[in-house]
Ligand binder design. Structure first.
Ligand code: URA
Length: 449
């Protein structure tokens, strides 16, 4: 029997969409809108969203689904308009890694160079650290600015660093926190939706993406990182933004430190013209791309030189100090980093043999840090900003038997044993040097016309 035309349509239900994705179905744009809007409003509970996220993680999202997800997440809140600002607005986002603190370095460099950097970041995700958690290790620093304060700080000092809010990218704020504790992070469509929704909401003209690849990244294989980069660059281009993605190495931690307060400390080191060579190199490279896309310099080389000079003159460091003050933080940390939280205890992970550091299980560094209290197991967990890992060797370095590979900075004795067991397996020591030292910047993906 045919239904008469005046029969009401069957209402959408979250359970049916979970089943559809579980059974490998492809969602329509309306279905994705229903899920994202319903979850953001609070009509769809965490347990149903968690089930859908896991189904999406297992079955994957098509390109069309990823695009619909990004747009639904973007329009869950406001899209900020900064067109009144007198220079280009540019930002950078990383897909996440261990010791990846370049945002804290390049935002002041680029703002000191005359562009605006309205940066919306995230907290720790999976095994990776988050910019917001690092910033909150600075006493008083407020990452929860209202939209009006975000605008005020940005206008006053050229940069502002905040998290997703109830007004901007609220869907990502909720879904991000849920993915962190439901093992549903490493999925191309979910990562694209999360990153691009908050970046497109920022009112920027251009975006530089740092897509990590290797044992400490969400995408372990270079070809997967490239697919993710292409998806995000294409999404940005369709929304009228200039976007470039650099595929960069995450087979070992970036810089010498991983943690929260220690990463602020290490960023200040680079802004003072010191710090680890790899961290400095990548920060300058990403800044140079921001200068180029933001039309501040006509070439990448000039962008690099400008970034170097803003560090050498102390202008980038001064910009960071201004931003901390304007966001309520104790800006004395820039000149007196001892004011940052420090762990009370330390122990060392030593090399069992003489030889060379051949490779690292980089993801496990992040897991160990979380076990020490530096990450969340449940959404509502608070974190210890002082726990840290200090890396003494890089891939290819010669190592003596008994030499320290990693120093562990911790506060809670009861958390140490499990982390230590994991850390003991993180560094592979071989008798011969590794055939190849991983190249820091592996590839660039630019927009296709
Ligand atoms: N960074 C984000 O903001 N979201 C992700 O899903 C991964 C990295």
């Amino acid at each position: 029997m045919l239904l008469s035309p005046d029969v009401a349509p069957i209402p959408m239900r979250a359970v049916d969409l979970i089943r559809k994705k579980r059974d490998s179905g492809e969602h329509s744009r309306e279905e994705i809108d229903f899920l994202i809007a319903g979850y953001t409003r609070g009509d769809i509970p965490d347990y149903q969203m968690s089930a859908w996220l896991m189904a999406a993680w297992l079955r994957g999202l098509s390109r069309a689904e990823a695009a619909a997800l990004t747009e639904a997440m973007l329009h869950s809140g406001e899209v900020v308009d900064f067109s009144e600002l007198p220079a280009k607005k540019v930002d950078k986002h990383s897909t996440g890694g261990i010791g990846d603190k370049t945002s804290l370095i390049l935002a002041p460099i680029v703002a000191a160079g005359g562009l605006f950097v309205p940066m919306i970041s995230g907290r720790g995700l999976g095994h990776t650290g988050g910019t917001l958690d690092k910033l909150e290790s600075i006493p008083g620093f407020n990452v929860n600015l209202s939209l009006a304060d975000f605008r005020r700080v940005l206008k006053e000092c050229g940069m502002a660093l905040i998290g997703q809010t109830r007004e901007i990218a609220p869907a990502d704020k909720k879904i991000y926190a849920l993915r962190d504790v439901t093992a549903t992070v490493e999925n191309l469509g979910l990562i694209c939706g999360s990153i691009m929704s908050k970046k497109l909401a920022e009112g920027i003209d251009a975006l530089v993406l740092d897509v990590k690849t290797g044992s400490g990244a969400f995408m372990k294989k270079e070809e997967d990182s490239e697919r993710l980069a292409e998806l995000m660059v294409d999404t940005g281009r369709r929304m009228g933004k200039r976007v470039v993605a650099l595929i960069t190495d995450m087979n070992q931690p970036l810089g010498r430190w991983a943690g929260h307060s220690v990463e602020v400390f290490e960023s200040i080191e680079v802004l003072n013209g010191r710090g680890a060579a790899d961290l400095r190199e990548l920060s300058i490279e990403l800044s140079a791309w921001m200068f180029l896309l933001g039309e501040r310099t006509p070439t990448l080389d000039e962008g690099r030189r400008l970034a170097e000079s803003l560090i050498a003159s102390g202008k980038a460091r001064d910009k960071f100090r201004d931003c901390i003050r304007l966001q309520g933080g104790d800006s004395r940390v820039v000149d007196e980093p001892d004011r940052l939280p420090q762990a009370a205890l330390r122990t060392e992970i030593k090399s069992p043999a003489a030889g060379y550091l051949v490779s690292t299980r980089c993801e496990q560094f992040g897991t160990a840090l979380a076990m020490l209290g530096g990450g969340r197991e449940k959404k509502e967990d608070s974190i210890d900003h002082a726990v840290a890992l200090e890396f003494h060797k890089r891939i290819g370095d010669r190592v003596a038997a008994g030499e320290t590979l990693v120093t562990v900075h911790y506060n809670d004795e009861s958390r140490l044993a499990a982390a230590q067991a994991l850390l003991a397996e993180c560094c592979e020591i071989g008798a011969q040097p590794p055939g190849e030292i991983p190249k820091l910047v592996k590839k660039r993906i630019v927009e296709k016309p």
